[in-house]
Design a protein around this ligand. Structure first.
Ligand SMILES: Nc1ncnc2c1ncn2[C@@H]1O[C@H](COP(=O)(O)OP(=O)(O)O)[C@@H](O)[C@H]1O
Ligand SMILES: [Mg+2]
Length: 286
């Protein structure tokens, strides 16, 4: 097993539309295997842009330029003959807004397997669909209505369905962009539990604006500010012993990482810290 399945090499991403905005500036990060790395930072700092450039998802928009590289198991995802959909199969992506395909629950999970012709028989497909619904803790809730439309599920269930769909094609890396921010607290908790259960088995890169969530879930933290990495490290040292003033300011001073009490920091506290930081030093682009 490759210990660093994914890394970036002085990666820059520039929007070249009406106004030129360098959203990601020369970022080099290694994402270790079977760990959850979270990317945190105030709004507008390039977190989503960075995440999408990891599997070339930004290419679905116009006027975006890339410099530097992204390496998957040592091979460039840009300088390659592999088509982008093949890259995106290996580096799955779960967006912020949970969206079911206009298909049954079963077909929502089978979707990628059918597209990539990645199954041997109907029995094999059935088994894979069940396996991945179990992995995201959704099987018990849906196994008796697999033919019902996916859109009938609650938003929290749909988000777990999206995770199952991404995992079904057996990616090496899973990218998650604020995957709980559109959910009510109970649904958010169930999605967090799913990520918690998956993180020892998958290489996950998760963007979050919530420091409480970063503390609960992350093994490693990357703090992005105005497109640059300010600090990166393991979760405990990041929060307990931040190395830069900017990090201390962002996290609001060193706080003990205690799995039992980590959830005590509310989202409201997170938001105010980010807002204060942004107010004290506003992003130049906006
Ligand atoms: N499609 C786009 N076209 C032009 N600028 C964009 C686009 N998407 C994002 N940006 C700009 O790039 C910067 C980073 O945005 P984004 O990656 O969405 O940040 P975050 O996810 O941290 O909130 C911001 O200044 C934002 O306005
Ligand atoms: Mg974003």
């Amino acid at each position: 097993m490759n210990e660093t399945p994914l890394e970036t090499d002085t990666l820059s991403v520039t929007y070249t539309g009406d106004r030129e905005i360098e959203a990601v500036k020369g970022v080099s990060i290694a994402f270790p295997a079977n760990r959850l790395t979270t990317i945190i930072g105030p709004s507008g700092c390039g977190k989503s842009t960075l995440l999408k450039s990891l599997n070339r998802l930004h290419e679905i928009q116009q006027h975006v330029e890339i410099d530097g590289d992204v390496l998957l198991s040592g091979d460039s995802v840009y300088d390659t003959d592999e088509p982008a959909p093949e890259i995106r199969k290996q580096i799955g992506y779960v967006p912020q807004t949970p969206t079911a395909l206009p298909l049954s629950i079963y077909e929502n999970v089978a979707y990628g397997l059918r597209i990539h012709d990645d199954y041997e028989s109907k029995a094999d497909l059935d088994e894979k669909v069940e396996t991945y619904l179990r992995k995201v803790n959704l099987w018990e809730e849906v196994h008796d209505r697999m033919d019902a439309p996916g859109a009938e599920l609650s938003t929290g269930q749909i988000q777990r369905l999206c995770v199952a769909r991404s995992l079904a094609v057996e990616p090496e890396v899973l990218l998650c962009d604020e995957v709980t921010s559109a959910l009510d607290p109970i649904s958010a908790e169930s999605v967090e539990e799913t990520l918690e259960a998956l993180k020892s088995e998958y290489t996950i890169v998760m963007v979050t604006h919530s420091m409480a969530q970063a503390r609960r879930l992350a093994d490693r933290v990357v703090f992005l500010y105005l497109g640059e990495v300010v600090e990166a490290g393991d979760v405990r040292s990041f929060f307990e012993d931040p190395q830069t003033e900017r990090t201390r300011q962002f996290i609001g001073g060193p706080t003990p990482v205690d799995p039992g009490s980590a959830g005590d920091t509310t989202e409201a506290e997170d938001a105010s810290t980010a807002a204060e930081l942004a107010a004290s030093s506003p992003p130049e682009e906006s």
